[in-house]
Structures are given as structure tokens and as C-alpha cells.
Design a binder for this molecule. Structure first.
Ligand SMILES: Cc1cc2nc3c(=O)[nH]c(=O)nc-3n(C[C@H](O)[C@H](O)[C@H](O)COP(=O)(O)OP(=O)(O)OC[C@H]3O[C@@H](n4cnc5c(N)ncnc54)[C@H](O)[C@@H]3O)c2cc1C
Length: 575
């Protein structure tokens, strides 16, 4: 089957789009992610990318034609397919009825059509993808079996989001103790009980894990402790017991595992991944962290606040390279001012293991080799989908660059088999795993749901926190004529009250209509505040609307409003 290219839905109110220009012509080879055509709506001009590799087989809608959202505008031929087999260009496809809000296409091909109460769904993995999907499908009437080989809650609850945030909270308390005199509260000495910090971390995870167990039980989801393996597209086997579970649909939510870099000495006893760092028995004297991504920066702050001498070695020119540059630059300075050493453009060459924690990490910056001593080396350079043991090859489930390939309904190349969360690659975040898995569950149950990746927030829980949604300034400038508004927390009353005036809100909007394309916050409670921007951007908020929405006083969120005002007549609390 050739791949359909459809008129995308860029916002809740968009019903149709004008094709301004085709960037490819029939017969051209196209690569996934390459721009196929430029579309214009009432509000934005947007580059639409190829959904997969292939050859542009047939263009159904010509330049300057307007078609409804969801209409097929072209076909991409997969290897071995022929343009002769494609549906004609009678315009039928292009004149398709606009779908309901939130829907883009007809239900996915493999979606079962049994009555809801009869649908049997088996879910592999009980992480932030798997368990919400189980609850959603059960709410919609499915009989759900969930197989989990380790702990309910997956990485997020047990070895990821929650444990790291619990440790960061302990670090925050230490900081509060250190700075309490500024608030008129003198604290005559305090000590850190690392075992108690780790025990609290474990207790928080356990409580949440038990909560998930209770929720699944309340929805009568059958939870099996074991390792799942696909026998065929409708049968899952539990390896430990041999039990075979027949299903009408399967959802794979098997998560991810750490990437291991091919560096000499990386398998040494003092080299830890994030799991190892979360199991430390004592605070190390010194740590070299390989990689300057989100997880690295969070661990850097946890450890340095507890007294560890921390050095980050980052290969790219900036830490958190995917972030808006203004944000990563402020975080860089902030981490450095709290004592973390950061070396960018630094390529780690080897790790030599020496006794008594005197390990030596050799790295090169612009061709010159240097070394750093460390008791522990933390390698947090990313994660990759966990595909092993699932029998994908035998079933013919398509994978690309080590991740399961899915369509916008989260269905794999094998009808009736769905995948969601880290296992499909791309942005690996807990809330995205949940959104994808719930989307899959709804499609399995006969709803029509498509994933939209335009408005996905991303957060870093350091002090100051960073939260962002939408395009960075650098990305936005590539697709639109943009304006940028900023408001610093030093002009915000609540930030002054908290004694946390570092940071700012940055808003990127396109110039013609003022539609907000990206919001980036670095400062206190940024991760809680970003949701206002998420909702606003889903509703295609403009800077005028943001500037005139009345915000309560005194709140940190006023800084978001004032950043909007800088693009809509000027703000009040900065000259
Ligand atoms: C240190 C760290 C900090 C993080 N912090 C954040 C954060 O603050 N915010 C955020 O959004 N994201 C964060 N993440 C990422 C987040 O944890 C993941 O994106 C999220 O857990 C993905 O959910 P998932 O359900 O796809 O996979 P997982 O949570 O990995 O769950 C997959 C589950 O499947 C099980 N499984 C795998 N194979 C099988 C099998 N064959 N049979 C049975 N069970 C199987 C696994 O045991 C696992 O429990 C962090 C990650 C790490 C490592």
C-alpha cells in the first residue's frame, strides 16, 4: 500500500489548508522529514514533511488549491510499488469530508470492530505508556491483560522521573538550609543523611507503584508478572510460565534502555548509568558526567548540592543542545555558579580504572587531550527503544533506526498490533508515552484518534527549572517571520518574594497574526507554569489573547502574560 500524504490538522479550529507550493514533483525520491509542500492556513504558513521514505508517486492536489483537513493530497510509493496502481486523481480523495475535531483519518486498518465489551487487549509493559492505556481501554469496555516483567510504573516511577525529582527535592531543601539566613531564619548547622534521602526516594516510588496497582485492580485489568513475547499478531506468550494469551489487539509499550557509548573502559566498575546513580550507597567525592543532556544536568545538580565535585563533558557546543539557546545558556551559567564544571565540545576518549576511586577520564577538546579524575563516572548519553525479546523480526513488524514504526494512530505495520511510548523512538518523555498509548487504546476501541506532536512540553527540573513547548527561536525562524518577546523574573513580584529572580519567559510568535509558536521558561516553577502555554498553543493562542488574559497577582505566571504584552503594546513592569 502506498503511504497517504494528508492535509494535516495544525490546530483545533483548522478545517482546510491551501497548498502554496510543492517542493517535490512526481517521481522524486523523498526522505522522511523532507519538506513536501508548503501550506497556508488563515493563521500560519507551514512546511509539511514526508511521513516516510519513498518516491512521490502521485500528486492529487495542485498548487493554489484548498482542501479539507484529512484529505489525501499525494501518495508516496514504497519500494516495489508502482504509480500505475495508485487511485486516480479525480479529486475524490481531496474532496473528502472534513473529519471531526481531533480526528484526521478513518480508523486504522487493523482496528477490531467487535462490540467494546468483547474486545480483548493485551499490553506489553506497565510503564507510563502501558498502564494508562490499560485504564483507558478498560474504561472504554475492553478486557485488558497487562504483562510487566519488572515493576508497574516502568522507568518513570521506579528509575526515572519520580526518583530523580525526589532527589532534586532533597537537594532543594539543602539549598534552602544554606540560604535561609537571607529570609531571616538562621540555621546553626545541618547534616545530610544520604541513606534517609535514598529511603525517601524508594518510599515515594513504592507508594506510587502501589497506587497504580490499585487503579488497575479497580478497572479489573489482569496484571501478569512476567516477560512477554509475541507469538503472532494476536497471541502473546509469557516466557516464565508458557501461558499464551489470545487477543483482538496488542499494544507494545516496552520502553527503552540506556545507550552505551563505545568508549574504552565504559564497562568498568565505577561507570554508572542513571540506574546506577539512583542506587548509590554514598555521596561520591567526585563525578565526571559524560553528556550534558537533561538527565545529566539533573544529576549534576543533585550531586553538587550534596557536596560532590562534578564535571560535565558534553560533545556538542552547548549543554541541552535541543533546547532554545537562551535557556541552555542561562542554565549553563547557573550550574557553573553553583560549582559544576562544564566542558563543551569535549569528546571522551577513554576511562582508566584506578584503585580508591582515582579513575581517569581522558577527553579531547579541539584536538587537545585533557584528563579529569573522578571517583565515579556517570554515562547518561541517551536512551534507545527496548526491542529485544519481543520477536519483531519474525512477525514482520517494521522497525526503523532501532524503533518501532507506527502511523499516526500508533498502529504498527502489522494490523492490530500497536506500539507507544519510548519503544517508538522520537521524543522520549513520560507524558508523551501516556498520550500515545491512550491514543492507541482509543483507536483499538473504535474511536478515531491521531497523534499530534505540535504541542509537546519538555521540562528540566533543575534550579532554575526549564520548561518549553513548541518551536525554539532557531527552529521558528526557519519556517516563519517571527517576533520574540521576553520578560525577566526580576520584574516579577512573586519571584522577588520567593527570592528566585533568576531567569525569564521567552515567547516566539509569528508576525502576521501573532500566533504563539513557542514558549520557553527558565525560572522558579517553570515546569508547573508551562501548562498555560500548552493549552493556549493547542487553542492557537495569539500574543494579544495572552496579553489580555487577566492573571492573578502576585503570581509567577504574570511573567508569561507580561512576555506576551511585550509583543502586544508593551509590558508594564519593565521599561
Ligand atoms: C533518569 C531518568 C529521568 C527521567 N525523567 C523524566 C522526566 O522528568 N519527565 C519525563 O517526561 N520523562 C522522564 N524520563 C523518561 C521517561 O521515564 C520515559 O519516557 C517513560 O518512562 C517512557 O514510558 P514507557 O511506558 O514507554 O516505557 P517504560 O517506562 O520504560 O516502561 C516499559 C515497561 O515495559 C516493561 N517491559 C519491557 N519489555 C517487556 C517484556 N518483554 N515483557 C514484559 N514487560 C516488559 C519494562 O519492564 C518497563 O516497566 C526519564 C528517564 C530517565 C531514565
Amino acid at each position: 500500500m502506498p503511504a497517504e500524504v494528508v492535509m494535516p490538522k495544525l490546530g483545533l479550529t483548522m478545517t482546510e489548508g491551501l497548498i502554496v507550493e510543492w517542493k517535490k514533483k512526481e517521481g522524486d525520491a523523498v526522505a522522511k522529514g523532507e519538506v513536501l509542500f508548503v501550506l497556508e492556513t488563515e493563521k500560519v504558513t507551514y512546511d509539511v514533511e514526508a511521513p516516510e521514505d519513498g518516491t512521490l508517486g502521485k500528486v492529487l492536489v495542485q498548487e493554489q488549491q484548498t482542501v479539507p483537513v484529512g484529505a489525501v493530497v499525494a501518495y508516496i510509493l514504497r519500494p516495489g510499488e508502482n504509480a500505475v496502481d495508485l487511485p486516480g486523481d479525480s479529486g475524490e480523495a481531496a474532496k473528502a469530508e472534513p473529519p471531526a475535531a481531533g480526528a484526521v483519518k478513518a480508523p486504522a486498518a487493523g482496528t477490531t470492530r467487535k462490540p467494546a465489551g468483547k474486545i480483548r487487549l493485551t499490553i506489553i509493559g506497565g510503564g507510563t505508556g502501558g498502564y494508562p492505556a490499560a485504564i483507558r481501554a478498560a474504561r472504554l469496555g475492553a478486557k485488558v491483560t497487562l504483562i510487566e516483567k519488572e515493576h508497574l510504573g516502568g522507568v518513570c516511577l521506579n528509575r526515572g522521573c519520580i526518583p530523580t525529582k525526589t532527589l532534586l527535592q532533597s537537594a532543594r531543601v539543602i539549598d534552602t538550609m544554606k540560604t535561609s539566613a537571607a529570609f531571616g531564619v538562621k540555621c546553626d548547622g545541618f547534616s545530610i543523611d544520604f541513606a534517609a534521602i535514598m529511603a525517601r526516594k524508594a518510599a515515594v516510588s513504592e507508594q506510587l507503584r502501589n497506587g497504580v496497582k490499585g487503579l488497575l485492580g479497580a478497572k479489573k485489568v489482569k496484571v501478569i508478572q512476567g516477560t512477554a513475547r509475541l507469538v503472532d499478531a494476536r497471541t502473546v506468550q509469557v516466557e516464565e510460565t508458557g501461558e499464551k494469551i489470545a487477543s483482538d489487539a496488542v499494544l507494545i509499550a516496552a520502553g527503552s534502555k540506556p545507550v552505551v557509548l563505545p568508549i574504552e573502559g565504559i564497562d568498568g566498575p565505577d561507570v554508572l548509568d542513571s540506574n546506577g546513580a539512583l542506587s548509590l550507597q554514598a555521596i561520591p567525592k567526585s563525578v565526571v558526567i559524560i553528556g550534558g543532556g537533561v538527565i545529566s544536568c539533573e544529576f549534576a545538580q543533585i550531586l553538587s548540592t550534596m557536596g560532590t565535585d562534578v564535571t560535565i563533558l558534553e560533545l556538542m557546543p552547548t549543554i541541552i543542545p535541543e533546547m532554545d539557546k537562551a535557556m541552555s545558556s542561562i542554565l549553563h551559567k547557573s550550574l557553573e555558579s553553583s560549582g559544576v564544571k562544564i566542558l563543551t565540545n569535549a569528546q571522551v576518549k577513554k576511562i582508566e580504572h584506578k584503585k580508591k576511586g582515582n579513575n581517569i577520564v581522558t577527553y579531547a577538546v579541539e584536538g587537545v587531550e585533557w584528563s579529569a579524575k573522578a571517583e565515579k563516572v556517570l554515562a547518561t548519553v541517551g536512551r534507545k527503544p527496548a526491542l529485544d525479546a519481543l520477536n519483531f523480526d519474525a512477525l514482520g513488524i517494521a522497525c526503523e533506526k532501532g524503533a518501532v514504526v507506527v502511523n499516526e494512530h500508533m498502529e504498527t505495520s502489522v494490523p492490530g498490533v500497536y506500539a507507544a511510548g519510548d519503544v517508538v523512538g522520537g521524543i522520549m518523555l513520560a507524558h508523551l508515552a501516556t498520550a500515545e498509548a491512550e491514543c492507541a487504546a482509543r483507536n483499538i476501541m473504535g474511536d478515531v484518534c491521531s497523534m499530534n506532536y505540535r504541542v509537546v512540553p519538555a521540562c528540566i527540573y533543575t534550579s532554575p527549572e526549564i520548561a518549553s513547548v513548541g518551536l525554539s527561536e532557531e527552529q521558528a525562524k526557519k519556517i516563519a517571520d517571527v517576533q520574540v518577546g521576553q520578560f525577566p523574573f526580576k520584574g516579577n513580584g512573586k519571584a522577588m518574594v520567593l527570592g528566585e529572580t533568576e531567569g525569564m519567559v521567552k515567547i516566539i510568535a509569528e508576525k502576521k497574526y501573532g500566533e504563539v509558536l513557542g514558549v520557553h521558561i527558565i525560572g522558579p516553577h517553570a515546569t508547573d507554569m508551562i501548562s498555560e502555554a500548552v493549552l493556549g498553543m493547542m487553542l492557537e493562542m495569539t500574543t494579544e489573547e495572552l496579553a489580555h488574559a487577566i492573571h492573578p497577582h502576585p503570581t509567577l505566571a504574570e511573567a508569561i502574560m507580561e512576555a506576551g504584552q511585550t509583543l502586544a503594546g508593551g509590558c508594564i513592569h519593565m521599561p
